[in-house]
Design a protein. Structure first.
Lengths: 194, 630
């Protein structure tokens, strides 16, 4: 399930292209949060049911202020309830996979200790990583599109194709989880494949 | 024994009212006709339960008219009255003069002497304040333009009663010599015998005194009495005041009704206005009812049986003359599109003042027994017919006129091919339209209320006067090319019809609609239209949100609670719709079903704890677990 969040979808280029690349796939649900909950009133039972039905959860969104758009946080606050997602009784998500799929304006070089942003993407994503751990899920490295403002159309096309391949691989369980330990971004799997 | 008779009479009158008025209302005849019929039935010609004392009762009950004008005065701010001056004096004045002139002329043709003819003309020119105002408030027409005009005319007529009372003795001496010393002038008070200028001075003085007292002293008196906490004393004071004014006005030769009306206007902006109104209102209602009953009981059917055709002819002639004059004047004073007909039908009967004036004329030896008996009968019958006239207007005249106006005056719509058609641009549609326009969408706006269209055009909106229920109008509005049809009109039944047509003929058009209530929502769901908003639901929810905040909820808490309720309501609506579909086959009374479903809704409410959904931020289960571990 793609938990997609983009508050200005009509202006989006990267995320729209990515979504379009995968929206026809069987077995893939695109859960467009801003479309479903424009007033942030999240239907908790519906969301929990969706979670239960899917094996892999992907938070797909632009990287705002080094994190997700506000609705994603609201979704986590409300849906990942104690007793459902975590706690001694909360085992609904146990064993599922989860990862982030983000797009950022900054190039990869700025996301390091020496760069302008001082931290790496994975450091910024620590809250997601740990939340996933708390829910007894398997955390996967993120899918990242860097330099979203300057990305040329054909580069974007490649990105989208890669994304589609990744989703297909995930869907069809063709990835050995052992590989995750050695890579920074999940993008690398596709490149190795290609 | 006297007491016994009094209570017996009360029993008869009240009983008649209680039985006949609800029946008349059920039949759509209005309460006035109900009372009149009750009077006829208990009167000397059917059940003979009441006899000659009906006249006395009538005089007593005329006080109801006085109370009614007091209440109307309370509801009219002086500013508004001032705005109506043109129609009061222009329309009212012309109506009395022209109608009186015409009736006088007809009476002359019928070989009445000039002075008698004039008296008849003046008396019959007046219309019934009691019937018309009762009808107006019952039908909610007080704010209608025709209703307001009718009210203006009645107000002028009430004032005109004073000079007419003064004129009758003078007219009486014109033709046949009459013995002035023997006239009944004494009956209307000493002031009337004084010279005109003095009379005028006294009247002005009295009214000024009333205004001053009403403005400055009345509130203190009311407060003193209200502070006692004894409601009945307040009631007594209110009645005392009205009766006092009535008697006072009577003493100086002014119509009591007019006097109390002025008193009402003076008190219209006092803080006791509402309390006065609710205090006086039941008395007014009962007395007016009594008045109408006594009018019904006093109809002299003997005269009618003797000369039925003549009487019927006179009644019809009277109504016809008054109607035509009113219709023409209504037109002159810019009543259009059927309002002139409503106005004319409203005022086409004779007045209860006629009873007073006829007997006064008789005392002045102006009329003999036969003439006054016949006049009384004509007046009464015209009053009895007048509710029927209005029904005739509602059922026959106004539909025809509406159709006729539609043909002539709907706007031609330019071919615009806008993506949105908005039907109804009133209180609801205005907001819808403004939001769409503000976001740059092109909207074809239709509204079927001409004055609304005119006003909004002044604000720069482009909208068409038209009736969306007509298929040609839909086509012209560009339904074929439209993507969206928004039914925001208040006429829910019509909206449903339009929705049905469009669903069938133009299935590509999406329909959004304003619904009156949940049943109306169901009707739309039946047409497979789910994008419907109940017209008051969201504003009510917003207000309750504010209420929760006022009661101590934090704003976000209140927001969540209200939002949860709305969400819940959406789900319940679907559920109720299924129930409704199943029930529809069986015949259950509408009200009963409604009751049941409200109960169901409330039950569902109880089973749903609003804050269950909010356990994310402060979870008891988490706290418990943490305690256990530590």
């Amino acid at each position: 399930m793609i938990l997609f969040a983009h508050p200005a979808y009509h202006k989006s280029r990267i995320n729209k292209t990515l979504i379009n690349a995968i929206k026809d796939l069987d077995g893939v649900t695109i859960n467009n949060l801003y479309e479903k909950y424009p007033d942030f009133f999240i239907d908790i039972p519906v969301e929990q049911e969706l979670l239960a039905e899917h094996d892999i959860i992907i938070w797909q969104h632009p990287f705002y202020w080094y994190s997700a758009p506000a609705l994603v946080k609201e979704w986590m606050d409300l849906v990942l309830q104690h007793g459902f997602a975590y706690g001694t009784q909360g085992r609904a998500l146990e064993g599922k996979w989860a990862l982030s799929s983000i797009s950022t304006g900054g190039r990869k070089e700025v996301y390091c200790t020496e760069g302008k942003n001082h931290y790496t993407i994975n450091e910024f994503l620590a809250p997601f990583h740990q939340s996933v751990n708390l829910c007894r899920m398997q955390y996967l490295p993120p899918f990242v599109v860097h330099g979203s403002h300057t990305l040329a159309q054909d580069q974007l096309k490649t990105c989208a194709a890669n994304y589609r391949s990744l989703i297909l691989l995930l869907r069809d369980s063709k990835i050995n989880p052992a590989i995750f330990e050695n890579i920074e971004y999940i993008n690398e799997i596709i490149k190795q494949d290609a | 024994m006297h007491n016994h008779e009094f209570f017996l009479n009360a029993l008869i009158y009240l009983g008649a009212a209680v039985v006949s008025v609800p029946i008349a209302k059920k039949l759509g005849l209005g309460s006035v006709l109900g009372y009149l019929l009750a009077g006829i039935i208990i009167g000397p010609f059917v059940l003979r339960l009441v006899g000659n004392e009906a006249d006395e009762v009538m005089h007593f009950a005329e006080f109801g008219v006085v109370l009614m004008l007091f209440i109307i005065g309370l509801e009219l701010e002086p500013r508004l009255l001032w705005k109506m001056r043109r129609s009061i004096f222009g329309l009212g004045g012309l109506q009395v003069l022209i109608t009186a002139g015409l009736i006088t002329a007809i009476a002359l043709l019928l070989n009445f002497q000039l002075n008698r003819a004039m008296a008849i003309g003046l008396i019959l020119a007046l219309s019934s304040t009691a019937i018309v105002l009762q009808t107006l408030s019952e039908k909610g027409l007080m704010r209608n333009i025709a209703g307001r005009s009718a009210f203006s005319v009645l107000l002028f007529q009430d004032m005109a009663v004073i000079p007419i009372l003064a004129l009758i003795p003078i007219i009486a001496t014109l033709g046949a010599p009459a013995d002035l010393s023997d006239t009944a002038l004494n009956n209307i008070g000493e002031v009337a015998q004084m010279p005109g200028w003095l009379q005028l001075l006294i009247i002005i003085g009295a009214i000024t005194a009333m205004v001053i007292i009403g403005r400055f002293a009345a509130r203190h008196i009311f407060r003193l009495v209200a502070e006692t906490g004894l409601h009945e004393v307040f009631v007594a004071l209110a009645l005392l005041m009205v009766i006092g004014i009535a008697l006072g006005m009577d003493a100086i030769g002014l119509s009591p009704a007019l006097g109390t009306f002025i008193a009402g206007v003076v008190l219209a902006d006092s803080e006791y206005r509402h309390e006065l109104e609710t205090t006086i209102d039941p008395f007014k209602g009962l007395l007016l009812g009594l008045f109408f009953i006594s009018v019904g009981a006093s109809i002299n059917f003997n005269l009618l049986i003797e000369d039925p055709w003549i009487i019927v002819l006179f009644v019809l002639l009277l109504i016809f003359v008054k109607f035509v004059v009113l219709l023409i004047l209504g037109r002159m004073f810019r009543l259009k599109k059927g309002f002139e007909f409503l106005f004319a039908f409203l005022l086409a009967q004779a007045s209860e003042f006629a009873f007073v004036l006829i007997s006064f004329s008789k005392q002045n030896k102006l009329f003999d027994d036969e003439t006054s008996g016949m006049l009384l009968l004509v007046v009464t019958l015209s009053m009895a017919v007048s509710p029927l006239l209005l029904i005739f207007n509602d059922k026959a005249v106004s539909p025809i006129l509406a159709r006729w106006h539609n043909k002539l005056e709907y706007d031609e719509i330019e071919e615009e091919e806008n993506p949105v058609i908005l039907a109804g641009f009133g209180r609801f549609g205005l907001t819808v339209g403004r939001i769409l326009l503000a976001n740059g969408f092109k909207v074809t706006i239709l509204d079927n209320n001409p004055s609304n269209v005119e006003t909004l055009r002044k604000y720069g909106f482009k909208l068409y006067f038209g009736d969306i229920t007509r298929p040609t109008m839909l086509e012209k509005a560009g339904i074929e090319k439209a993507r969206l049809l928004i039914l925001s009109m208040a006429e829910h039944e019509n909206a449903l019809k339009v929705a049905e047509t469009v669903r069938k003929k133009y299935p590509h058009v999406k329909i959004l609609a304003r619904a009156r209530d949940i049943f109306h929502v169901f009707e739309y769901l039946n047409l497979n239209i789910s994008k419907v908003q109940r017209e008051t639901f969201h504003s009510a929810a917003e207000l309750s949100n504010t209420a929760l905040v006022e009661l101590g909820f934090s704003k976000y808490e209140a927001y969540r609670a209200t939002r949860t309720f709305k969400h819940h309501e959406d789900q319940v609506t679907e559920e109720l719709y299924r129930h409704w579909l199943e029930d529809q086959g069986k015949f259950i009374q509408e009200t009963r079903r409604f009751e049941e479903q409200v109960k169901e809704t409330l039950q569902a409410e109880k089973n749903y704890s609003i804050h269950d959904s909010d356990c994310a931020w402060d979870v008891d289960s988490l706290k418990d677990e943490a305690k256990k571990q530590s």
